[in-house]
Design a protein. Structure first.
Length: 220
């Protein structure tokens, strides 16, 4: 075999290898999408272990796909396995530092774990990325409330209401914060606003607010 023939054969083998690699990668990506899709279907029907199994397979085939870890983290959250949820959300954030939904979801996990500072940090990052979402301000406001920082809670709920004046949940939550700062008139205004928007207000809260209002001479 001549030198020219050897070179031609080598080029042919290299081309075949490149084609094989491309087909393999495409096949892996296709498998990953299929497992991700089926895992999501399992999650929607409450088959969490099957969902996780499919997300595991998807991650092996496409380990740089942030959505896989985000979805798997959410399923672990639904299962009450909060530390595993945080691990998956953190990996998703490593792969996509602007993944706003994941910051919110990880904040929700920290909230369940009563790790309020970490939750506030995640909600704050989400707000920096996407400041137009009222729910994130309200979620952060609730964390401030749980920490006893009622004025910051009021500020966040007020911002949520500014963005969405019909956000009934924010009125209810702000009413609770106002009740803790002794601003009972404002609390009653928010209670009425929340109820008018269809947001239930716990009867025990209304009773407590009435007692406090009476004691301060501002009965409603």
């Amino acid at each position: 075999m001549t030198l020219a023939q050897n070179k031609l054969m080598a080029k042919s083998m290299l081309l075949t290898l490149v084609i094989f690699i491309c087909i393999s990668i495409t096949g892996c990506e296709s498998d990953s999408v299929n497992y991700l899709s089926r895992g999501t279907s399992y999650a929607k029907t409450g088959e969490f272990d099957r969902a996780i199994s499919d997300y595991d397979k998807a991650a092996k085939r496409d380990p740089e796909n942030a959505k896989i870890y985000a979805n798997r983290g959410y399923v672990y959250f639904l299962k009450g396995e909060y530390d595993r949820a945080i691990m998956n959300y953190s990996r998703a954030i490593e792969l996509n530092s602007l993944y706003v939904e994941v910051y919110i979801n990880r904040g929700n996990v920290y909230s369940r774990k009563e790790e309020y500072d970490q939750a506030i940090a995640d909600y704050t990052k989400a707000i920096e990325i996407s400041p137009q979402y009222a729910g994130t301000y309200s979620d952060r406001g609730f964390m401030h409330y749980m920490k006893g920082d009622y004025y910051r809670a009021i500020s966040d709920h007020s911002m949520a209401i500014k963005i969405n004046p019909k956000y009934a949940k924010a009125y209810r939550s702000r009413a609770a914060a106002y009740s803790m700062t002794g601003e009972y008139e404002k609390a009653w205004e928010d209670v009425n606003k929340a109820q008018n928007l269809g947001q239930p207000v716990p009867p025990e809260f209304i009773r407590s607010l009435r007692i406090l209002s009476e004691a301060s001479g501002r009965d409603k």
